[in-house]
Ligand binder design. Structure first.
Ligand code: DGY
Length: 325
């Protein structure tokens, strides 16, 4: 197929790749695991476009080795796997996929919250292991969601979608964010507070900050020690936002009372990670945006971004628009 040479780092849901294949000389990594580093580097060397996932590191080494690259499109809203500054310096457009996954991700954050609060996973395990003998008034008692305080770290699009759900459940909503969010305050009764208040008051603490140098280990031993003993930590952002070793230690000591994580460090989590031995932890394999419809939309957006960058146009969702000024 004629057209610009592009490398796509994995098969994608939906029909987006058919469109891309019809317009470009597409090389597709078809294996279920990400391309090994040497393959990614070799493909990037001659590619004009790269369609990457959060598992593919687009760093300075890769970018400096690339000869004709001008468009990088990440099929994720997060782009901490991409060295955006170096892309910008080299005139390479970078696209991401915000918006379409907001509600799907918020749904999953809430699913984790509810599963943790009401001990759904423990209950399932209990039944399958044959422990269910009778109705027991003291069995697997959980925490009420209605009337509880939810603390939202990061009131961007996903944080706001979580706040709307929490409002529907009759929760008290606190949040931290760099800027005030009067519209969400008015719509949900949310209150912007400082980080310490956020931690101290939370029955549920849910994380919706991007991973940056500043948010790495945003939740560490100090923060965990401030949380209520019965509280639940929910993370659907990025694993390194939480100091995982500190979390395991804090959970063992009973403060907070539990954790429900869609993201870990590393991914996949090491099978000997202490978190996996704790009954009060739920771990999902980074699937918060994983509905069929949303993943197909993300793939479509990623292809649209890639094609625009290849044409020399600003991608519809561009994280470094300064390339085009
Ligand atoms: C993202 O988009 O950044 C998620 O982590 C995967 O959907």
């Amino acid at each position: 197929m004629a057209g610009p040479r592009v490398f796509v780092a994995r098969k994608l849901p939906g029909t987006a790749l058919e469109r891309l294949g019809a317009r470009t000389a597409m090389r597709l990594w078809e294996a279920p695991l990400p391309p090994p580093r040497d393959v990614l580097l070799a493909e990037a060397r001659d590619a004009e476009g790269l369609l990457t996932l959060l598992t593919d590191r687009v760093d300075r080494e890769l970018l400096e080795g690339s000869l004709v690259l001008r468009s990088v499109s990440n099929m994720a809203v997060g782009f901490d796997n991409i060295d955006v500054a170096t892309c910008t310096a080299r005139g390479i457009a970078v696209g991401n996929t915000p918006g379409v996954l907001t509600d799907t991700t918020a749904d999953f954050a809430f699913a984790l919250l509810m599963a943790g609060a009401r001990r759904v996973v423990e209950g399932d395990r209990f039944v399958r292991e044959g422990h269910w003998k009778t109705w027991d008034p003291g069995l697997l008692l959980g925490q009420d969601i209605h009337g509880a305080t939810i603390s939202i770290a990061g009131m961007g699009q996903i944080g706001q979608a979580v706040a709307r759900r929490a409002h529907g459940f009759g929760m008290r909503i606190l949040y931290t964010d760099e800027i005030p969010r009067p519209e969400i305050d008015q719509a949900t009764g949310a209150t912007r507070v400082d980080k310490d208040t956020l931690l101290r008051e939370a029955d549920f603490l849910t994380l919706h900050v991007p991973l940056t140098r500043e948010t790495r280990h945003f939740i560490g031993a100090r923060e965990l020690a401030m949380m209520k003993p019965a509280s639940l930590l929910i993370n659907t952002s990025r694993g390194p936002v939480v100091d995982q070793a500190a979390l395991a230690e804090a959970l063992r000591a009973g403060q907070p009372g539990g954790a429900a994580l869609d993201v870990t460090e590393p991914e996949p989590i090491a099978m000997d990670d202490p978190l996996l031995a704790l009954p009060n932890v739920i771990i999902a394999p980074h699937i918060a945006s994983g509905s069929r419809v949303t993943r197909a939309k993300m793939a479509d957006m990623a292809v649209d971004n890639l094609l625009a960058g290849l044409r020399g146009e600003r991608p519809p969702h561009c994280v470094n628009p300064e390339v085009f000024t």
